[in-house]
Design a protein around this ligand. Sequence first.
Ligand SMILES: *Cc1c(COP(=O)(O)O)cnc(C)c1O
Length: 366
Amino acid sequence: MIPVSEPFLSGKELEYVTDCIKTNWISSIGKYVRNFEDVFARFCGTSCAVSASSGTAALHLALLALDIKAGDEVIMPDLTFVASANAVLYCGARPVFVDVDEKTWNIDPEKIEACITERSRAIMVVHLYGHPCDMDAVMKIAERHNLKVIEDAAQAHGAEYGKKRVGSIGDAGVFSFYGNKLITTGEGGMITTDSPDIAEKARLLRDHAMSKTRRYWHDLPGYNYRLTNIQAAIGVAQMEQADDFIGIKRRNAALYNSLLRDMDGITLPPEADRCKNVYWMYSILIEDDFGLSRDEVMARLKDMGIDTRPFFYPLHRLPMYSSDAEYPVADELSRKGINLPSSTKLTDSDIKTVCAAIASVRDKNR
Ligand SMILES: *Cc1c(COP(=O)(O)O)cnc(C)c1O
């Protein structure tokens, strides 16, 4: 089976983890935690980075640090992983969904302003599958309406918008290091920001909101959202390879693009002007003139030993977020989209096998 994704632990992961165990620093205090944060801040081009136990925890902390609370509304795309919206719910706030753009698959800036109310406090963009959002347009709207901007960059480590890396453009960026993400620590997350205040508040809440000057004194109900030194050790080793991983992802995408470009019925993934897509998941759309539905294509590929994933369900289709509003673009992308094998471990021969399989599935049906 050619998997959609697998971790690539090809560097000093074992050496650094062994160091944690030999020196007894296995919990959330230790040199790797701070080192990972420093390296990650430099990677993104922000002055601060705060690690967390998961991407979801990092999202929750970022929202809390931006003072999102009960009664507030946070505007976000309808097409994303569910954790983006859940984190808003954890704050007692309400996620408000906006349809996505059919070209970039990300939040459609032209549809944001219609969703702004007097309760709106923030816009959470999501750089879906590794492609940056139209941040100039989003930042302009946010400025005009005095809204905060959170970038959910959990799928887009190292992606670039203009001269900036994602996670360094809004008030705060959030990353995940789950096993299938571009950089992994098994489980883990990070908040990036240029605001020492946001970083400080996130650090406080991450660690039970314990007073720095008075042990076991707590002004707020905090959380235990800490990353361990062992996880951070893996993260430091992964960061030594981050630029290589991005290079591999982009080379793999270029090969996929060249092999799929002339196939009717397939739409290739976007790369907008001034954007660098890191192709976390190399994704295509199976159009209606392909001859088979997306689900049929996935089933046949599976029989041929090729693992794929469908796009996310639009959030407004999930029971806890169900709404009568219409999101035609998110619905259509969700119906047509497939994530193809995207691991950094893929060989050129794997990619050729996948593309040949797609061609044969299509030809057999003509
Ligand atoms: C993976 C992901 C998350 C959550 O990260 P975890 O580390 O799994 O908690 C949040 N948002 C998006 C867009 C993601 O892809």
